[in-house]
Design a protein around this ligand. Structure first.
Ligand code: ATP
Length: 314
């Protein structure tokens, strides 16, 4: 595998009406998970990628495995447990607009992961390890697993891409800051959003955030700026990529698409500016389509957007 990633994916039930959940009768079932989104994005761009997790020995665990494997991602290192369930969550469409999510993930199967779930031989043959700040929030065992994977990657020259992806519902703020900085100090490439970058570093603005992480040891930092594109910086390159014009249909999953595009650029040996532009284009394409993974482009679609031949807006 060129890339290895791991984390929790959940079954998402979205209410089909703009009502509080107690009044909703029908739900649409989908799969959701940041790391599996990135894996699917990479597979769609033609890369070989493995995603692993611990799934409940239940229908939802089997459903997640089918979804991820069905997209061409290697799931051979996934394990099942009958000691804990696969996590689910519900999305409420608020009357008057907006959404709210309700997690049922406490003590889930994935939260039971520990360093024993890492196949080091599988990881160390990869070129890139992708990790997010979601996994270490799940449990102490998951935090230790992320640390172990990063340390093993570092010893074996596997590049480490870290997306802090702070989920406020899962963390105490002080603990989040301490643990995520501990992980960030081991990463080669860091992809924070502007707000989370400011929270973690205590400084303001994309350039300052990037400088903080470069001093911490990163090779490059790309700060995601939503509809303002992205700012990238390494020791030798820096610049801003303006967002591609797109009608925002569903912003969820943009950050994961961005990570997939960025990693794809690294694997292609692109410069930081080129990899950031590739990431920025995938992020924009995802924003223009309903769903977290439905909009993820294949290489042909991405090339058309990057070369200005297509705006790819459904
Ligand atoms: P997520 O909601 O998936 O966690 P995020 O907060 O990590 O996303 P964003 O900054 O919202 O990340 O989006 C990631 C990238 O996607 C942006 O840096 C940009 O390249 C692209 N993007 C996001 N929103 C838009 C938009 N409205 N128009 C064009 N591009 C966008």
């Amino acid at each position: 595998m060129e890339v290895v990633t791991f984390g929790e994916s959940m079954v998402l039930f979205s209410g089909d009406q703009d009502l509080p959940l107690e009044y909703v009768h029908r739900f649409n079932k989908q799969m959701a998970g940041a790391e599996s989104n990135v894996a699917i994005g990479l597979a769609r761009l033609g890369h070989s990628v493995g995603w692993f997790s611990k799934l409940g020995q239940d229908a939802f665990g089997r459903y997640i495995l089918q979804c991820v494997r069905g997209q061409g991602v290697d799931t051979s290192r996934c394990t099942f447990t009958d000691a804990a369930p696969t996590a689910v969550f519900f999305k409420e469409r608020r009357p008057g607009g907006g959404t709210k999510v309700y997690y049922y993930r406490d003590r889930s199967a994935a939260s039971k992961m520990t360093p024993a779930d890492l196949d080091e031989a599988y990881l160390t043959q990869a070129k890139i390890l992708h990790v997010t700040g979601i996994t270490p929030a799940l449990s102490e065992g998951c935090f230790e697993l992320v640390l172990r994977a990063m340390e093993s990657a570092k010893r074996n020259d596997v590049g480490i891409v870290f997306d802090p992806n702070i989920r406020w519902k899962l963390w105490d703020r002080a603990e989040a800051k301490g643990k995520l900085l501990e992980l960030a100090s081991r990463a080669d490439y860091i992809l924070p959003g502007l707000d989370e970058g400011e929270f973690l570093t205590g400084v303001t603005g994309a350039n300052q955030i990037a400088e903080f992480f470069l001093k911490l040891g990163a090779k490059a930092v790309v700060v995601k700026l939503g509809k303002d594109g992205a700012y990238y910086r390494s020791l030798t390159e820096r610049g801003h990529v303006p967002a591609l014009p797109v009608q925002e249909i569903d912003p969820v999953g943009a950050g994961d698409g961005f990570a997939a595009g960025f990693i794809s650029g690294l694997l292609r040996g692109e410069s930081l500016a080129q990899a950031a532009a590739r990431a920025n284009a995938v992020g924009a394409i995802v924003v223009g389509v309903h769903g977290d993974t439905e909009g993820l482009p294949n290489e042909e679609e991405l090339t058309a957007v990057l070369s200005g031949q297509s705006t790819y807006q459904n």
